[in-house]
Design a protein around this ligand. Structure first.
Ligand SMILES: [Zn+2]
Length: 94
């Protein structure tokens, strides 16, 4: 079975790092690339890590392999902030 690829809900970009709202229920249409996140939304978004079964992993519980896979992807927009992972936490690098 083919893995359904997520894309940015706004510009439809694929193969780039995608982010989702931290504290809301996951909806694919709310997924954003870093170029489509409004500046006031950055603090509410976290990396979106989805596995082969379509499970979207929680902020703190994402398996290392999925995190590594996430970081192999490029950011869609190099001029926008990026998320860096330190241990279990993410920080936003502007
Ligand atoms: Zn986008």
């Amino acid at each position: 079975m083919l893995k359904k690829e997520l894309c940015c809900g706004k510009c439809k970009a694929k193969g780039v790092r995608l982010y989702r709202w931290y504290s809301f229920m996951f909806t694919e249409s709310d997924v954003r690339c870093n170029g489509c996140i409004e500046p006031d939304e950055f603090s509410g978004m976290v990396p979106c890590c989805k596995d082969e079964d379509g499970t979207v992993w929680g902020y703190m519980s994402t398996p290392k392999e999925l995190v590594d896979e996430f970081y192999k992807l490029p950011e869609n927009n190099k001029n926008e902030p990026t998320w860096l992972k330190y241990g279990f936490d993410y920080t936003i690098q502007k």
